[in-house]
Design a protein around this ligand. Structure first.
Ligand SMILES: [Zn+2]
Length: 121
């Protein structure tokens, strides 16, 4: 089940997906990123051109659409989808309730409290 949690990258709460739900969306974002790289590799060096191409835009919209279908939430850019994978984050801070930035985090990035003061699960 998706969890509604704060994302530091997006600076808002979004639906975080478990790895099974994220897999098809992550693959769609990979396709979008690889297509952008191909455009650059094939000699197009002007910044912004990749963003204007309809075929690339369609790949990005497809990835965003997968997330929207699953959660009802519309994100602004395909790159935002990189931030909605629940496994990237740690448990909620017991002081401020924001997620720890990584599963390994030793302190909370939002309030600075030490994770070691938490009761172990
Ligand atoms: Zn905190």
């Amino acid at each position: 089940m998706p969890e509604y949690r704060y994302s530091y990258r997006l600076k808002r709460k979004v639906w975080m997906l478990d790895d099974a739900d994220y897999a098809p969306i992550g693959a769609a974002v990979d396709n979008y990123v690889n297509a952008r790289k191909d455009v650059r590799r094939n000699g197009e060096t002007r910044l912004g051109v990749a963003a204007e191409r309809d075929d690339l835009a369609a790949l990005g919209q497809y990835a965003l659409g997968l997330y929207e279908d699953k959660t009802g939430l519309v994100l602004a850019h395909p790159f935002d989808l990189r931030a909605v994978r629940a496994a990237l984050y740690g448990p909620d801070c017991q002081f401020c309730s924001k997620p720890l930035r990584t599963p390994q985090a030793k302190l909370c990035a939002a309030c600075g409290e030490d994770r070691a003061t938490e009761t172990p699960r």
